[in-house]
Design a protein around this ligand. Structure first.
Ligand code: G1P
Length: 270
């Protein structure tokens, strides 16, 4: 399999669970100590060998891209004050990866937001990383997914077991275990009821996808929540070319909620 160089991070949502702060600060920039949440996702991507991050934004989300770009006025100020360490720290962040911004003009769902990155992906297999989910340490998550998929020449998704009462909050996969002990995924259902759920394995928010996914997203009708769902496109591809399911071995934090953001803060402080 070719090297996985690009990761798409959908970040076009309005962050309504964090209002009122998200009226002026994108939720991806909310702080965990002095670091914005999205920096953890980008660092995880870089650990997985990613060179280019494609941020799917709405026009209010430009500060996310600015965070990863040099600010010459700030640098001049820091130089004047002899603040070498701060300059070096900023340089490290700015050189993590190339940042490309694409826009999702209408909030039509996760599948649609990934479709907005189609031109930037340029036909290569690519990662999708949902920034509401942080996985620590940074060498688990995406890196584990990329390495195992490359070894087995497959596309794939990171999985997490969820209790029954939470099945309807996630995309749930239909899978079998092959003789080598791998999860082989033949389908997926977005936000199923307990009765509809094909397993207790959820899509965690890290996907290594073939570029043909775009064709399948394009063909999707509105699914769960009346939105174009990535899970529905994954379901279509998996029926033809099964995917590898990798059980997550990292610790997960749902930073899509204020509670999750506090939880990771206290975890890192401990
Ligand atoms: C999204 C995906 C879902 C996945 C989940 C992981 O749902 O649609 O398949 O399981 O992220 O967090 P959302 O959380 O946006 O409702």
């Amino acid at each position: 399999m070719t090297k996985i160089r690009k990761a798409v991070i959908p970040a076009a949502g309005y962050g309504t669970r964090f209002l009122p702060i998200t009226k002026v600060i994108p939720k991806e920039l909310l702080p965990i100590g002095n670091k914005p949440a999205i920096q953890y996702v980008v660092e995880e991507a870089v650990e997985a060998g990613i060179e280019e991050i494609i941020l799917v934004c709405n026009p209010h989300k430009i500060p996310i891209a600015d965070f990863f770009r040099p600010d010459r006025y700030l640098n001049r100020f820091l130089e004047g004050k002899g603040k070498e360490k701060e300059i070096e720290d900023l340089k490290r962040i700015e050189s993590l990866a190339r940042i490309t911004v694409v826009y999702q003009e209408e909030a039509l769902g996760l599948g649609h937001s990934i479709l907005c990155a189609e031109d930037a992906v340029e036909g290569e297999p690519f990662l999708v990383m949902l920034p509401d989910v942080l996985i620590l340490p940074s060498h688990t998550g995406a890196k584990q997914l990329v390495e195992e998929c490359q070894q087995k020449m497959a596309w794939g998704v990171l999985l997490e077991k969820v209790p029954k009462e939470k099945l309807s909050s996630y995309g749930i996969v239909k899978s079998v275990i092959n003789p080598q002990g791998d999860f082989v995924i033949h389908g997926a259902v977005e936000k199923p009821t307990i009765e509809e759920a094909p397993s207790d394995l959820s899509l965690l928010g890290r996907y290594l996808l073939p570029a043909e996914i775009f064709k399948y997203i394009n063909e999707q009708k509105k699914g769960a929540k009346g939105e174009i769902q990535l899970t529905d496109a994954i379901n279509s591809v998996a029926q033809k070319t099964p995917a590898l399911g990798i059980l997550n071995s990292g610790k997960i934090f749902d930073v899509g909620t204020p509670e999750g953001l506090s939880e990771i803060y206290f975890h890192l402080k401990a």
